[in-house]
Design a protein around this ligand. Structure first.
Ligand SMILES: [Zn+2]
Length: 85
């Protein structure tokens, strides 16, 4: 009856979010232009991380939209909030 100290769970590894598979992925998304309210299609490059902010010009009125992107890993999708710059 010994004390088994040799067994260690690798739960510290399991706690790492499975972000690696996102690195080479892109998601097609849409956002609504804050100026003309037209729907724009855009591609979110997930290698930029699960939280991104960048400016993209509206494809209809050409005015800049500040896109705030939050990627949800399960189910995998990206949520875009457009704001004025
Ligand atoms: Zn627009």
């Amino acid at each position: 009856m010994g004390i088994s100290t040799g067994v260690r769970k690798s739960s510290d590894i399991a706690g790492v979010p499975c972000i690696r598979y996102l690195e080479c992925m892109e998601i097609n998304c849409t956002f609504t232009c804050v100026y003309c309210f037209q729907l724009n299609e855009t591609v979110v490059d997930l290698s930029g991380g699960i939280h991104q902010e960048y400016v993209e010009d509206c494809q209809v009125c050409c005015r800049p939209n500040l896109l705030i992107i939050t990627v949800d890993e399960g189910p995998l999708r990206a949520e875009i909030t457009a704001e004025t710059t």
